[in-house]
Design a protein around this ligand. Structure first.
Ligand SMILES: [Zn+2]
Length: 249
């Protein structure tokens, strides 16, 4: 209860004290599909569905979780990361140990982010991850400088469409999670985006016939991607979207 309250206050503060800004100026509705952690079904179903629509996604990896077997899901391993990168998806950073940033000192966070970068460098050759997602959507104001220095963006948990001046250390997003009816309602958010273009970011976890509370079914996900496509949205990874806004600025 207290924790939920602290979470809400931290989010309110972040909304009121905007950090380093970018301008999301676009006449075209832009949608990004992202996955956190990453469960194996986000690769087997999520990446496959995106590719079927000629789109790519951003997958935020916490290397400390790679290959982990949990009660209701299995997370991808090193080979899964390579597979995503090979198929043109973006690999983002989700910390190494998936800790709550509010519990970490600056030094602990730096160490953790270095560790994730080193672990991913061994798995996926090429540049270090350029974009970040907060574990548990839990942001901390005091870590904003470290994150903004290291990453182009950080995705947070306040829901909304990104438009105009946007705090790049606290991108707004919508969860792709149970109940299925709430995923179905996200079609209306795409319609809203089409009416007033901006940048709409979705984040999901597993895509399973019997999803965890943080996941949804592949059918719901497919319908949403199709709706974005059919409505004339351009689907981009987080990094591609930022390139586009930078070029337009
Ligand atoms: Zn996570």
């Amino acid at each position: 209860m207290l924790d939920a309250l602290a979470h809400r206050i931290a989010n309110q503060l972040l909304k009121r004290l905007p950090g380093p800004q970018i301008t999301v100026g676009t006449g075209t509705p832009i949608v990004s599909f992202t996955f956190d952690d990453v469960p194996d079904t986000a690769l087997s179903a999520g990446a496959r569905i995106l590719e079927a629509h000629e789109a790519r996604g951003t997958f935020y990896i916490a290397a400390g979780l790679l290959g982990r077997e949990e009660a209701d899901r299995r997370l991808i391993g090193a080979e899964g990361c390579r597979e995503l990168a090979r198929r043109g998806h973006e690999i983002g950073c989700h910390t190494f140990a998936h800790g709550n940033l509010r519990d970490l000192s600056r030094r602990e966070l730096t160490r953790d982010l270095d560790r994730n970068r080193e672990a991913l460098a061994e798995i996926v050759p090429g540049p270090a991850p350029r974009n970040f997602a907060y574990p548990y959507n839990s942001a901390a104001l005091r870590h904003r400088p470290a994150l903004s220095q290291r990453f182009r963006s950080a995705r947070g948990g306040v829901t909304g469409i990104n438009r105009g001046p946007t705090d790049r250390t606290y991108l707004r997003s919508f969860p792709l999670q149970q109940p299925e009816t709430s995923v179905g309602q996200l079609h209306a958010v795409i319609d809203e985006l089409v009416r007033a273009p901006g940048w709409l970011i979705f984040f999901g976890h597993d895509l399973a016939e019997t999803p965890t509370p943080y996941g949804c079914t592949p059918q719901s996900f497919e319908a949403l991607v199709r709706h974005a496509r059919d409505s004339g949205c351009t689907i981009l990874t987080i990094d591609q979207a930022l390139d586009r806004f930078a070029a337009a600025a």
